[in-house]
Design a protein around this ligand. Structure first.
Ligand code: SF4
Length: 200
């Protein structure tokens, strides 16, 4: 990965890049950046591993359907209209496109609705050389690993080796989103890249 190339390509698409060596440094940065806000979270093992919900909750009102503070539907609804939204990604192209696959659709929808800022937090394992490779990664690496983690009855969950484009009732891949440029409803967009493997 060439960081200068990635930064240039993201900038051209209206997306800022911030790079950290460790998840702890990235979490400290986000805690400094986000204070006194309403904050929505998308489902993400990266955000979970970083302990960001608990860290941000000290100084913000945080909504995450992975926590039990309210019903999942209510948390998703509040996250959708929060000042700030945090999500990870399933693939990032060095050419600057951001790729996510979703089952319920709340995460991909919320990254494109009105917020002061959307932060995409990713480990460097998510980086792929171009859009084709980023989509391939999202479909054939991230989604099968997530299906296995969730104990879904899908063909990919058995070996997590690749996508079988299944018709399973428990299929977790229901939509594919590619962000070509900062969504117009989002006032600012930033990719927080951590130079460690994180999430799927
Ligand atoms: S479409 Fe089905 S087989 Fe493919 S990754 Fe998603 S759940 Fe697995």
């Amino acid at each position: 990965m060439d960081l200068a190339v990635l930064e240039k390509n993201l900038k051209w698409r209206g997306i800022k890049l911030a790079v950290f060596q460790t998840k702890e440094e990235a979490a400290d940065y986000l805690v400094r950046e986000i204070q006194g806000k309403s904050v929505g979270f998308g489902g993400s093992m990266t955000l979970e591993t970083m302990g960001l919900y608990e860290k941000l909750k000290a100084n913000n009102e945080v909504f995450w359907h992975w926590r039990q503070d309210m019903t999942a539907d209510e948390a998703k609804k509040r996250a959708y209209t929060a000042d700030i939204y945090l999500s990870s990604l399933n693939g990032v192209a060095e050419t600057g496109e951001l790729v996510n696959i979703d089952g319920g659709g709340n995460r991909v929808a919320a990254t494109q609705t009105k917020h002061e800022k959307v932060y995409f937090v990713v480990g460097e394992n998510k980086i792929a050389p171009d859009l084709h490779a980023a989509i391939h990664r999202a479909r054939n690496i991230a989604a099968p690993l997530n299906a296995r983690r969730l104990h879904k009855k899908t063909p990919c969950a058995v070996k997590a080796d690749h996508c079988y484009d299944c018709k399973s009732p428990e299929r977790i891949c229901r939509s594919l989103n590619v962000i070509w440029e900062r969504p117009s409803a989002v006032a600012a967009c930033e990719l927080v890249l951590i130079r460690e493997p994180l999430g799927y």
